[in-house]
Design a protein around this ligand. Structure first.
Ligand SMILES: Nc1nc2c(ncn2[C@@H]2O[C@H](COP(=O)(O)OP(=O)(O)OP(=O)(O)O)[C@@H](O)[C@H]2O)c(=O)[nH]1
Length: 232
C-alpha cells in the first residue's frame, strides 16, 4: 500500500474555506447567467431592447474612435396582425422565433441582432458600409420570403418583412436616438412602398459632399499653391 501521508490536499486551503470558494464560484456562475437573462429576449433568444440600446451606444463610440462606420438595420414583419388574427397568438410567436432564427443565420458573428419590440427587430452591423449592410438586409429578406412557417395539417404561412437601413459614419453629429429614428423612417418608407423591401438612407459619400467648394479651393491655393511655386 502507498503512503499518502505526504500528499498535498486537493484544495490548498482549509476544508471550510474550500467550501466557501466553491459556493463563490457557483454564485458567480449564477450572476453571469442572470446577467445574460437580463439582456435576452425570452421568446426569440435574441438580445433584448435593453441590450440593444447599450450596444448601439458602444458601437457609435467605436465609430467615433476608429472611423469604421456602423450600420443599423431595422426590420418589421409585414401584416403580422393578420397572422395573429388568422392563426392565433401561439402561431404568431412561432413566426417570431422563425424570423429570429433566420436573422441569426443571416448575420456575421460580430453583428448584434436584437428584438426591438413586438414584431420589430434591430440589427447592429459594426464596421460595415452601406453596400454590405444592404446585402445583409436583402439576404435576410430573401431567406424569410423563401422560408414558410409550417403549421398543423401541412399548412404553411408565408412571411415577409420590410427593412430600413441608416449608417453612422465617422464625424456624424447625430446620436443613437436619431439614428434609430432615421432607420425607422426608412423602414416605414419600405412599408409605404409596398412592403417586403429594403430602403436605405445615407448614400455612399456622394460627389457633392466630397467636392471642394470654390471658397475652399481658394484657401487651399493660397496655403499650398504659393508653397509649391516656391519649391519649384
Ligand atoms: N404573437 C405575438 N404577436 C405580437 C407580439 N408582439 C406584438 N405582436 C402583434 O403584432 C401585431 C402588430 O400589428 P401592426 O402594428 O398592426 O402591424 P402589422 O399588422 O405587422 O402591419 P404592418 O407593420 O403595417 O405591415 C399586433 O397584432 C400585435 O399584437 C408577440 O410577442 N407575439
Amino acid at each position: 500500500m502507498t503512503d499518502r501521508s505526504d500528499r498535498k490536499p486537493l484544495c490548498p486551503v482549509e476544508h471550510d474555506q474550500c467550501e466557501y470558494l466553491s459556493e463563490l464560484v457557483e454564485l458567480r456562475q449564477q450572476v453571469s447567467q442572470l446577467a445574460e437573462l437580463v439582456h435576452t429576449d425570452t421568446l426569440t433568444g435574441l438580445n433584448n431592447f435593453r441590450f440593444f440600446i447599450q450596444a448601439l451606444e458602444q458601437e457609435l463610440e467605436r465609430t467615433r474612435r476608429t472611423g469604421y462606420s456602423t450600420a443599423l438595420v431595422m426590420m418589421d414583419l409585414d401584416h403580422f396582425k393578420q397572422v395573429n388574427d388568422q392563426w392565433g397568438h401561439e402561431v404568431g410567436n412561432k413566426a417570431l422565433v422563425l424570423a429570429a432564427q433566420l436573422i441569426r443565420a443571416g448575420v456575421r458573428k460580430m453583428d448584434i441582432p436584437c428584438r426591438y419590440g413586438g414584431e420589430e427587430f434591430a440589427i447592429i452591423l459594426p464596421s460595415t458600409d452601406l453596400r454590405q449592410s444592404i446585402q445583409v438586409a436583402e439576404r435576410i429578406r430573401e431567406m424569410l420570403e423563401n422560408s414558410p412557417l409550417f403549421i398543423q395539417d401541412a399548412q404553411e404561412i408565408n412571411l415577409t418583412a420590410s427593412f430600413g437601413i441608416e449608417l453612422f459614419r465617422f464625424g456624424d453629429s447625430s446620436d443613437a436616438k436619431q439614428l434609430v429614428r432615421k432607420a425607422d423612417q426608412l423602414l416605414y418608407e419600405a412599408k409605404a412602398s409596398g412592403r417586403n423591401q429594403v430602403c436605405f438612407g445615407t448614400q455612399e459619400q456622394d460627389a457633392s459632399a466630397a467636392a471642394v467648394s470654390e471658397e475652399e479651393k481658394d484657401t487651399l491655393f493660397s496655403l499650398f499653391g504659393g508653397q509649391q511655386a516656391d519649391e519649384e
